[in-house]
Design a protein around this ligand. Structure first.
Ligand code: NAD
Ligand code: UGA
Length: 457
């Protein structure tokens, strides 16, 4: 068995994870393949298909040395014995389980392709986030018909967060590898452990059974999202009781049993995975008749949807119950800072709701304007895209901060204020600017989980 690696799927996970393996294992040849020729061309160009701090440097260092991007999926399968599968597993939008279950069509196609193109034994590693028991389905596909080869299916879920992907990959809290407790399963797990051992200490590499590994990924995302929804639910209570959510979060986060991370209240969580993985977890529970458990997790998503509409409700109420014809500058469209990714970004829903209220929406983001244009294509003629925040706010009645980009925290808000119509409103959906100072400047300030500071009441 050769130690060279193939990764099927050159997205937010496949690209950065393989770039890190190539960097840390110069002796291993890593090939990343994708059916999307445009994406592969971008990986081979100076303008990478995704923005991720630190990624460009690593790709530049490894590409052409031991890191290759290609559209030749079948050739890649034939030539490599270790195959990571990092294809997309979005929420299914049709048929049985629509709106909840994982859409496994890309993953299944990949399994069939591996079956058809293999010319020897393979270790197939699930990098995508999948329902529990997916490895069993993968094995059945790989062994369908009569095949002379041995396939060992492992689970090695990815825990990187966008915006910090390279740091997360360089120094992961843990690497999780699930495999069968059989001689061939244990051997395959050791092959993958060896790869990560090149830079991750052995005690941070966990090995479990396959099902624990698959479920741990869904569970980790569900627990993280649940913390955000919990703090966002409390933020609503803060707004009506004069408690301050940042003070509350700080106070509870100092309890070592709770911990300070993932307690930042905001306009709601976004990103391609939290919502999809919780809904997938809930669907999985339902298929095992665990309806109460499913309902419990669904609440995390419902609170998140509510938080987004609540934010727009605050804007409307503060601005005299009408935003029709008013210019509202949205600062940030990415689902978090340091990424251009806008998948499930709260900004999409906020923008749509404001457009429906006939506001003149201006979108400003340092990395996400391309994706924002695609997300709002149906409203193209009712929205303006502007890369300069001062220009975006010129003549605006309100600014709403939707992404905590450093550039928005460091703006000269006196200058922003001077260009705006009066009364000027600032809605901080990320609690990331100095509210007292902005109020002093003349802004009417509305933040998440805090009493409003208003000159107009
Ligand atoms: P993505 O959509 O950015 O990338 C997936 C890629 O797979 C696409 O480029 C697509 O063209 C390609 N693909 C689909 N079918 C293919 C096939 N048959 N052959 C070759 N290529 C194929 O998705 P992503 O964000 O990288 O996520 C991938 C998986 O990783 C998902 O299961 C996701 O839940 C999980 N995950 C994502 C993140 C994240 O931060 N985005 C983090 C951890 C885990
Ligand atoms: C998340 C997890 O953190 C990763 O471990 C996981 O691998 C990944 O999902 C995945 O499976 O895709 P990601 O979605 O990239 O990573 O980013 P996060 O940092 O988790 O942020 C998600 C959303 O929650 C963002 O919209 C962020 O603004 C929001 N958030 C996060 C808050 O509103 N408050 C917080 O305290 C933390």
């Amino acid at each position: 068995m050769n130690k060279n690696i193939l990764c099927i799927g050159a997205g937010y996970v496949g690209g950065p994870t393989m770039a890190m393996i190539a960097l840390k294992c110069p002796g291993i040849r890593v090939t990343v393949v994708d059916v999307d020729a445009q994406r592969i061309a971008a990986w081979n160009s100076d303008l990478l298909p995704i923005y991720e701090p630190g990624l460009e440097e690593v790709v530049r260092q490894c590409r052409g040395r031991n890191l290759f991007f290609s559209t030749e999926v079948a050739k890649g399968i034939a030539e490599n014995d270790i195959i990571f599968v990092a294809v997309n597993t979005p929420t299914k939008m049709f048929g049985h389980g629509a709106g909840c279950a994982a859409d496994l069509q890309y993953w299944e196609k990949t399994a069939r392709l591996i079956h058809d193109c293999a010319k020897g034994d393979k270790i197939v590693i699930e990098k995508s986030t999948l329902p529990v028991k997916s490895a069993a389905a993968m094995s059945r596909i790989l062994y369908s018909g009569c095949t002379p080869y041995h396939f060992e299916v492992l689970s090695n879920p990815e825990f990187l967060a966008e915006g910090t992907a390279m740091a997360d990959l360089r120094d992961p809290d843990r690497v999780l590898i699930g495999g069968d407790d059989t001689p061939s399963g244990r051997m395959a797990v050791e092959v993958i452990v060896d790869i990560y051992s090149n830079w991750v200490s052995r005690e941070r590499i966990l090995t479990t059974n396959v099902w624990s590994s698959e479920l741990s990924k869904l569970a980790a995302n569900a627990m993280l999202a649940q913390r955000v929804s919990s703090v966002n639910a409390l933020s609503a209570l803060c707004e009506v009781t004069e408690a301050d959510i940042d003070e509350v979060a700080h106070a509870i986060g100092m309890d070592k049993r709770i911990g300070p991370k993932f307690l930042k209240a905001g306009v709601g969580f976004g990103g391609s995975c939290f919502k999809k993985d919780i809904l997938n977890l809930a669907y999985l529970c339902e298929t095992y008749n665990l309806h109460g458990v499913a309902e419990y997790w669904k609440q995390v998503v419902l609170i998140n949807d509510w938080q987004q509409s609540r934010f727009v409700g605050t804007i409307l109420r503060a601005m005299f119950n009408t935003v029709a014809g008013k210019r509202i500058a949205l600062f940030g469209f990415a689902f978090k800072s340091d990424t251009g990714d806008t998948r499930e970004s709260p900004a999409i829903r906020v923008a749509q709701m404001l457009i429906e209220e006939h506001a003149n929406v201006v979108i400003c983001d340092p990395q996400a304007l391309g994706n924002a244009r695609r997300d709002l294509a149906d409203w193209e003629d009712r929205v303006v895209f502007e890369s300069d925040p001062y220009t975006a706010a010129e003549g605006a009645d309100a600014v709403a901060i939707l992404t905590d980009w450093t550039c928005f925290k460091e703006l000269d808000y006196t200058r922003v204020f001077s260009g705006m119509r009066q009364p000027s409103f600032l809605f901080d959906g990320r609690n990331c600017v100095n509210h007292a100072a902005l109020f002093e400047m003349g802004f009417n300030v509305y933040a998440i989980g805090k009493s409003p500071r208003s000159h107009v009441d």
